[in-house]
Design a binder for this molecule. Sequence first.
Ligand code: AMP
Length: 416
Amino acid sequence: MKYQRIKGTADILPSETGKWLYLEEIIRNVMARFNYKEIRVPVFETTELFARGIGEGTDIVNKEMYTFTDMGGRSITLRPEATASVVRCFIEESLGKKAPLTKVYYIGPMFRQEKPQKGRQRQFYQFGAEALGSADPRIDAENIAVSVQVLRDCGINQFEVALNSVATPPLRAKHRERLLEFVRPIASQLPEVDREKIDRNPLRLFDSKLELTQQLLQGAPLLEQFYDDDVRRDFDIVKETLTRLGIPYAVDPRLVRGLDYYTRTAFEIRSSLLGAQDALSGGGRYDLLVEELGGDPTPAVGFAAGMERTLLAMEAVGQSDYGEKSLDVFVIAESEPERKQALLLTKQLRDGGKTVDLDYLGRSQKAQMKEAARQNARFVLFVFTDDIPGEMFQFKNLSTGEQQKLSIDEILRPIA
Ligand code: AMP
C-alpha cells in the first residue's frame, strides 16, 4: 500500500464515530450541568508558549513535541495539551476582566511524540475543564466532580481518584533540598532514566514507573511533611468537599504531576479496566501559570481526560449501546419514473426531519430490500408506478412486517 497513516495516529471509522458522538454528548451535557462553557483554541501555537507553559525540563517539552518551522521562520508546535492555549487565550482576550470567574471546557486532538502502545497514541483526544479566577479549594473539588461525573454517565464506576497536594514552590524547594540529601547517596543505584531527574526535578522520581526506583525511594522525605497551615487547610477543604459530593478518593502522597505549574491540589483518576496506561484523567490547581505566561496573577484549576481511554473503559464494562439512530426509512424504487418519484418522496421525508436513504446503485428491488435490512431501517417505502398518480404508497414496518398504503403526510405522522 502506498499511503498509510502515520504511526501513533488512528482513523476513527464511520462505524466508530457513533460512540465518539455519544461520549462527546455526555461530556457536553455534564459541562452544561456544571456551567462550563466550551472554548475552542487553535491546534498549534508558538513553541515558546508550550515550553513556558508546560515547563522546560518536562518530558513533553523535552522529547514529545511536534515542532516545526513555518514559512515565516517561526517555531510552531502542535499542542501537546490545551491548558497553555486556554491560558494564552484567557490573557489575550482579557477574559478575567469580562467575568470574575471563567469556567471553560474543550474537546479536541492533542499531539505528543510518545512511543505508541495500547491507550497511548501520538494524536489522541482529550476533553478538559478549566476554572480561572478562584482560589477556593471547593472549586478544585468541583473540577474533580466534573471528571467523575463524565465517567459515571458513561457507565464507568471502576475507577479511583488519587489525590495529593503538591503545595507551593517555596515548600517544594524545602522538600527538594531534603529529598536531594536522601537521593544523592543512592544516585548510582538508580536506573539511568530516573537518575537524570535528580538534577532536573527530583520530585518526579516519585512519578517513576520503575520498581527499583520505587524501592530505593522507600523512606524518602515526602512533600506532605513540609506543608504549612495554609496548604494543609486547603487540602482538608478539598477532601471534605469531595466527601460531601459523594466522591471517594485516596490520598497518594507520591502523586506528582508531570507539569511544573501545578500548585496545591493534584489528582489523577485511574482505572483497573485499562492496561498499563491506566490514567483516565489528571489535573489540579495551577495558580502560577497565568502570571508565568504574562497575565495578572490568577488562581486556576483544571483537568484533562483521555477520550480513547474513556472509550476503552466503556467497552471494558460492556457498554455497547451508543444510542445510535438507524435509518427511519429506506425508499425502494426500480424503474426510471419510480426512481424520480422516490427522489421527491425522499426529499419530503427529509424535509420532515426523517433520516432517509435510497438506492444509487441501480439495484433490483430485492437487493434494495436487503440493503434496507443491512442498514437497519425501521421502515421501507415502496414506490410502484401504479401508486404514483394517487400519491399513496406501500409503507412497511420492518420489525413487525405490517404494511399499509399511506400518503406522505400520513407517513410523516406515525413515526414522528
Ligand atoms: P496529561 O495531560 O498527561 O495529564 O494527560 C491527561 C490524560 O490524557 C491522561 O490521563 C490520559 O487519559 C490521556 N493521555 C495522555 N497522553 C496520552 C496519549 N499519548 N495517548 C492517549 N491518551 C493520552
